[in-house]
Design a protein around this ligand. Structure first.
Ligand code: NAP
Ligand code: MG
Length: 401
């Protein structure tokens, strides 16, 4: 069989620990035999980030902007322990944060649903994809503790020096707390466009909800911006594809989500997305079965697994043990990126290959062959728990193109 040729290179961001090991296995077992792989390789492993003063992360994000599609391995976000372990020059920032800031993107997380692993919410038979607005609100707040007798105001100084004062609260009878938060039209607009693009791309409805009845200026601005961008830029295309933009109050959204069967994107303000993504991920069973894609407002895509570097497994691996680490979300990151590359470059075989690998994974698991994390929650009666490499080889046997 001739290997599939690529046109534009894929931006490949290598990473750390167990996922770095799995990264290589995936390429060796599932990619090289089928594809004449063309990537622009960036080593985001912590050692190389430290060596390059983290410039490699910036370069990889720039390459992603240039070529349009990237696939990223999980990476260590340094903390005090990692500073010592890797003898770091500095506590480098999270690569995901750096890349997200440079692409101004929104992260979409979706569960991979397989036979034999049931959601805790029985009606959720299709994936619910959470899109979290990752800018502002309480994550960039200013808050103070206020003594009794104080009076708190919001003061806004305009460009020409004029000031506007609004009373927050007069703390006559008690001490208390106040908080100042903000968001930017530009950021909300980018969030809206990323969401609408992703909905078109995946042909799924998109829901959005805020508390605009209570927050008549702040939350209402989110609602208005989404409505305007939808009307002016996306309505026609949504109608052509046959998908819907649905806005409702956050309380109503939560009630509807629970009763739904899934199969849509749920766009959330920053805090809602933080909380709801944990709830949704847990309900679907396993963090190792959650994919993640960063989509920029101008249509640049970066695919990855939602989980981290699986450190505990890596230490066992270093001792020579064959670990049963789940590679599924990382494989889906690769097939997601390759499929997107195929769509952009009109390489039908690349799309077909990506679909075939995804199908082979689901087939392998429904045949009862799976890694330990899934075996512990599967309802199938006959299960064979295998190590990562064996799992990937079983998947390869089932790739049918
Ligand atoms: P983690 O790597 O997601 O792992 C947490 C635990 O979840 C693991 O110990 C394992 O449980 C289970 N797990 C996660 N992925 C799995 C998989 N593919 N297969 C089987 N089990 C899996 O999170 P962490 O241990 O908190 O973080 C480790 C490192 O990853 C940190 O340095 C953090 O900075 C980094 N991180 C990176 C990203 C990213 O790059 N996107 C995201 C999150 C964290 P058991 O040990 O019980 O089997
Ligand atoms: Mg959270």
């Amino acid at each position: 069989m001739d290997k599939i040729r690529m046109k534009t290179p894929l931006v490949e961001m290598d990473g750390d620990e167990m996922t770095r090991v799995i990264w290589q296995m995936i390429k060796d077992i599932l990619i090289y035999p089928y594809i004449d792989l063309k990537t622009e390789y960036y080593d985001l492993g912590l050692e190389n980030r430290n060596k390059t003063d983290d410039e490699v992360t910036v370069f990889s994000a720039e390459a992603t902007k240039k070529y349009g599609v990237a696939v990223k391995c999980a990476t260590i976000t340094p903390n005090a322990a990692r500073m010592k372990e890797y003898n770091l020059k500095k506590m480098w920032k999270s690569p995901n944060g750096t890349i997200r800031a440079m692409l101004d993107g929104t992260v979409f997380r979706s569960p991979i649903i397989v036979d034999g692993v049931k959601s805790y919410i029985p009606t959720w038979t299709k994936p619910i994809t959470i899109a979290r607005h990752a800018y502002g609100d309480i994550y960039k707040n200013t808050e103070i503790s206020v003594p009794q007798g104080a009076k708190c105001e919001v003061v806004c100084t305009l460009g020409d020096g004029r000031q506007r004062h609004e009373l927050i609260y007069d703390f006559e009878d008690s001490a208390g707390i106040v908080q100042g938060i903000h968001n930017k039209d530009k950021s909300i607009e980018g969030f809206a466009r990323s969401c609408f693009n992703y909905a078109l791309d995946t042909k799924q409805d998109i829901w959005f909800a805020t508390k605009d009845t209570i927050s008549k200026v702040y939350d209402h601005r989110f609602k208005d911006i989404f409505a305007k961008i939808y009307e002016n830029e996306y309505k026609d295309r949504f109608e052509t594809v046959g998908i819907e933009y649905f806005y409702t109050l956050i309380d109503d959204a939560v009630a509807r989500v629970i009763r739904s069967e899934g199969g849509y994107i749920w766009a959330c303000k920053n805090y809602d997305g933080d909380v709801m993504s944990d709830m949704v991920a847990t309900a679907y069973g396993s963090l190792a079965m959650m994919t993640s894609v960063l989509v920029s407002p101008d249509g640049v895509y970066e695919y990855e697994a939602a989980h981290g570097t699986v450190q505990r497994h890596y230490y066992r691996y270093l001792k020579g043990e064959k670990t049963s680490t789940n590679p599924v979300a990382t494989v889906f990151a690769w097939t997601g990126a390759l499929r997107k590359r195929g769509e952009l470059d009109d390489i039908y075989d690349l799309i077909k290959y990506s679909d075939a690998v995804d199908k082979a994974i689901l087939q392998t698991i429904s045949d009862g062959i799976m890694t330990g994390d899934l075996a512990s929650i599967s309802t199938l009666s006959k299960i064979q728990t295998v190590d990562t490499e064996t799992f990937l080889m079983e998947v390869e046997k089932r790739v049918n193109i």
